[in-house]
Design a protein. Structure first.
Length: 191
């Protein structure tokens, strides 16, 4: 496939807010005649710095991704496509200022998919499996415009932290109680 054609097809997706692609998505979208041809196209695109390969099974359109605020979340959403996944645990509690440590370059995600940790060029994504059902997840998370993943409400993130037996000592219980009582949820969005 000629690079100009590849760039045009990928930028069409980028214009619709899609910058991160799974291998399967690219295979279906690029319609290469063979697996060998597909792999050569990907290799040329990476060498030409059109695409980036941050971790196994994921490709990024570099040009448009540089300024994107939720890089790790976009990669996480692609890695767990087809499963319910949401920002929780330390990442969510940090955004609500319930824990003092800011979780830069480390994203904690609850998922109905399997638990796994990925090291990417942008940081670490830690997936933790949850047995919660879809209704429970949707009721206790919020979707913010432009954000690839939902985020757990404060009390839900804290409950997740307890359920998976993580360190509770860093949680400021008074701040958590104040937020829950006031229903005043402000999310720190400096990513």
């Amino acid at each position: 496939m000629k690079q100009k054609f590849l760039i045009d097809r990928l930028e069409l997706l980028a214009n619709n807010g899609i910058y991160v692609f799974s291998t399967k998505m690219l295979e279906s979208y690029l319609l290469e005649p063979s697996q060998i041809s597909f792999k050569k196209t990907l290799k040329r695109a990476i060498q030409s710095e059109i695409l980036e390969h941050p971790c196994r099974g994921v490709y990024i359109l570099r040009k448009n991704f540089k300024t994107y605020a939720y890089k790790l979340e976009a990669i996480a959403a692609t890695l767990r496509a087809g499963h319910y996944s949401y920002v929780s645990l330390e990442s969510a509690l940090s955004e609500y200022s319930i824990i003092s440590q800011m979780t830069l370059n480390h994203l904690t995600v609850m998922t109905t998919g399997r638990s796994q940790t990925y090291k990417t060029n942008y940081g670490i994504i830690e997936f933790t499996h949850t047995f919660r059902d879809e209704f429970d997840i949707l009721k206790n998370t919020v979707q913010q415009q432009g954000r690839p993943l939902r985020i757990a409400l404060p009390e839900f993130a804290y409950t997740d932290l307890k359920r998976v037996k993580r360190n509770l000592e860093m949680v400021d219980i008074n701040v958590l109680k104040d937020i829950v009582n006031e229903k005043n949820i402000s999310i720190r969005t400096s990513r």
